[in-house]
Ligand binder design. Structure first.
Ligand SMILES: N[C@@H](CCC(=O)N[C@@H](CS)C(=O)NCC(=O)O)C(=O)O
Length: 218
């Protein structure tokens, strides 16, 4: 059986869970695993990140690779279209969302979410880089009704977990939601949040986030 290891506030961990639930693949979860640079953790996940997955004695890191593995191993309910170009368009969206939005916004997270600080130069460079990512997403996203078109896909798994964090981090940092440039995004994310798989993962994330906040106070 597949085992997913990570924690429920992690957007990348949650992306994998959404794909598993949407595909109807049975899995086990260890949701008490935190990223670490300690040697014992690096023996499991050499970048020190979450999530990682175990299946049949083999361990996989990188959520994108894990999702591709799930597509190959469990093709019954696909989250990628059949047509090679349509598949590439889904991967293009995932890449833009993760490389040019989430990873850029991540530079704001220490100050926005963890009590750290962001220098003015970080804020300026993130603003400039995020504008490019938002412009690109605006050019590529279909919202008809899903982000890549008529079918729910891996790009929706990525959008469901990453876009809300970009919204939150930019609101906290700049007082403005950078995704306002995409007027359809709000209704689209609401629609995704009504899917049972995403509703469950979001509810578990909220619960884990509240528990972490309560633990930090004690
Ligand atoms: N490219 C990785 C990114 C995973 C990632 O950045 N996970 C975060 C938690 S959401 C993490 O482990 N951060 C700790 C670190 O970067 O050291 C993936 O897709 O799995």
């Amino acid at each position: 059986m597949i085992k997913v290891c990570g924690f429920r506030v992690s957007n990348y961990h949650n992306k994998v869970l959404i794909a598993l639930l949407e595909k109807g693949v049975a899995y086990e979860e260890d949701c008490n695993i935190k990223p670490s640079q300690k040697p014992e953790y690096l023996a499991l996940s050499p970048m020190g990140k979450v999530p990682f997955m175990e299946a049949g004695g083999t361990r996989l890191i990188e959520s994108g690779v894990i999702l591709e593995y799930l597509e190959d191993a469990y093709p019954q309910k696909p989250l990628l279209p059949k047509d090679p170009l349509a598949r590439a368009k889904v991967r293009e969206l995932v890449t833009v969302i993760e490389l040019h939005l989430e990873l850029v916004a991540r530079r704001l997270y220490p100050a926005a979410f963890f009590g750290g600080t962001s220098s003015d130069s970080t804020k300026q460079s993130v603003e400039k880089d995020l504008a490019k990512g938002v412009r690109t997403l605006k050019a590529l996203a279909k919202f008809s009704p899903f982000i890549a078109g008529a079918e729910f896909s891996l790009a929706d798994c990525a959008a469901a977990v990453h876009l809300p964090v970009v919204t939150l981090a930019t609101k906290i940092t700049y007082g403005r939601d950078f995704l306002e440039e995409l007027p359809q995004a709000k209704a689209y994310l609401k629609m995704l949040g009504e899917r049972p798989a995403i509703a469950k993962v979001n509810a578990d994330r909220r619960e884990a986030s509240e528990a972490a906040k309560a633990a930090a106070k004690t």
